[in-house]
Design a protein around this ligand. Structure first.
Ligand code: BGC
Length: 416
């Protein structure tokens, strides 16, 4: 059962959903790059069409770490926003603390259970009730490439790690930066998990980053993962430290770097820059992961409010997010695919089609895996422990792969 405060809010939410009063929704999010801002604007417009007002609470910072810190301090001081971009197991953490309003009434009316695949709806529920609404499904294991630079270097865009290092050498010999990267912990972790999936495969990945299985964490395969991850460092430029992910994407867009390994929010940047998939840029699964899909589902959770207007606006926002119009337009801008099933695919590009196909196929083969780097596979404590080791190792001159493996296994154990 939800805590009392949330339950009262939930009941009021159900009642006021039927009324027409306009309210204000303060929405905390971290969608501030060009593509992300275009996407979030779709939500703002939809809400305003219903007569509600949008109070923007944007906290910049890729991956949302800063936004989550700000959210915690607002919630602790008793003044949370109406809605916040929260996802994965941390939805459960907020539910346990008793902060969230139930959206079950809106969900039942809208038949969400039949519109969402279980891998999505399970994450949105706390103790069986919807407390969050999904806006999309991001695939994280992507490689984005500038085909012109590959032509110049006379080498094919890689589909395996062996090919990756071979291509990277050739690109570098031509004076091209092989890999656009931003040295921030979450970007290091994004690259690291792509390497782990490619080198170890889905079962290994799940055992390590979902089950947090000590034997897998300490295995020789994990040593190979760390070694391969570190090898990529030779192919990023000296200005990578601290660089934002969208700046790294712009390097691929502008022909300064050949590749980026990043989730498909990067596609939102190509789209915002007027570039076309398959022509100006190429999307391929990250090396050795073509049959797999690392998922990252963005969602908004609603905080329990006491005013009727605010609750009505929250209910409307939750309903609108699940509408086909929103799911299509938002995701065309964001680079992701709709969370809602049975959507018309015709407006989407070839990368989105590839993502939609891989999502369905990987679910059948057991290769649909939750993103560790994007908070889908563990709670935030274990994720933080992995981040620290991964980032320190990537930047350290003398830490060996074996030492990093031992450190990570110990840090994860201590976080449990
Ligand atoms: C979020 C995306 C966001 C990306 C960059 C991910 O964790 O799920 O919505 O675009 O971080 O900030």
């Amino acid at each position: 059962m939800l805590k009392i405060k949330a339950l009262v809010g939930a009941m009021a939410l159900a009642v006021s959903a039927a009324s027409v009063s306009a309210g204000e929704v303060e929405v905390l999010h971290y969608l501030t790059s060009s593509g992300e801002a275009a996407a979030v604007n779709v939500l703002k417009k939809e809400l305003e069409k219903e007569g509600h007002s949008w109070k923007d609470f944007a906290v910049a910072g890729g991956g949302g770490e800063t936004a989550m810190t700000v959210l915690k301090s607002r919630a602790v001081s008793g003044n949370p926003p109406a809605a916040a971009q929260i996802k994965g197991p941390s939805i459960q953490e907020w539910g346990e603390l008793g902060f969230l309003a139930s959206l079950d009434d809106v969900a039942k009316q809208g038949k969400w259970d039949s519109l969402l695949p279980p891998v999505v709806s399970d994450v949105m529920k706390y103790e069986g009730e919807y407390v969050a609404v999904p806006v999309n499904v991001h695939r994280v294991n992507w490689l984005w490439a500038n085909p012109e630079l590959f032509k110049q270097a006379g080498v094919a865009i890689p589909t395996t790690w062996d090919q990756f290092f071979d291509a990277a050498e050739k690109l570098q010999a031509k004076g091209i930066i092989p890999l656009a990267h931003g040295g921030q912990a979450w970007q290091d972790a994004t690259l690291f998990e792509a390497v782990a999936l490619g080198v170890g495969g889905s079962e290994f990945y799940n055992k390590a980053f979902h089950d947090l299985d000590q034997q897998t964490l300490k295995s020789n395969i994990m040593v190979k993962v760390f070694e391969t991850f570190k090898k990529t460092r030779k192919y990023i430029d000296a200005d990578a430290p601290g660089r934002d992910w969208n700046i790294a994407t712009s390097m691929v867009i502008n022909g300064q770097a050949a590749m980026q390994i990043m989730g498909d929010w990067a596609k939102g940047e190509f789209t915002a820059a007027g570039k076309n998939a398959g022509v100006d840029y190429v999307c391929l699964a990250a090396p050795d992961t073509s049959g797999a899909f690392t998922f990252n589902i963005d969602s908004f959770a609603m905080f329990a409010l006491s005013d009727d207007e605010g609750q009505a606006a929250q209910a409307d926002m939750a309903r609108l997010v699940m509408e086909p119009t929103f799911q299509e337009t938002f995701n065309l801008n964001k680079g992701s695919i709709p969370a809602r099933l049975g959507m018309d695919r015709s407006a989407f590009d070839s990368c989105a089609h590839a993502s939609m196909d891989a999502f369905v196929a990987s679910a059948q083969t057991g290769d649909l895996v939750p993103s560790m780097a994007h908070g889908m596979s563990t709670n935030s404590r274990a994720q933080g422990a992995i981040y620290d080791v991964v980032t320190n190792f990537y930047n350290s001159k003398n830490l060996s792969a074996k030492e990093a493996v031992d450190k990570m296994a110990r840090a994860i154990k201590a976080s449990l």
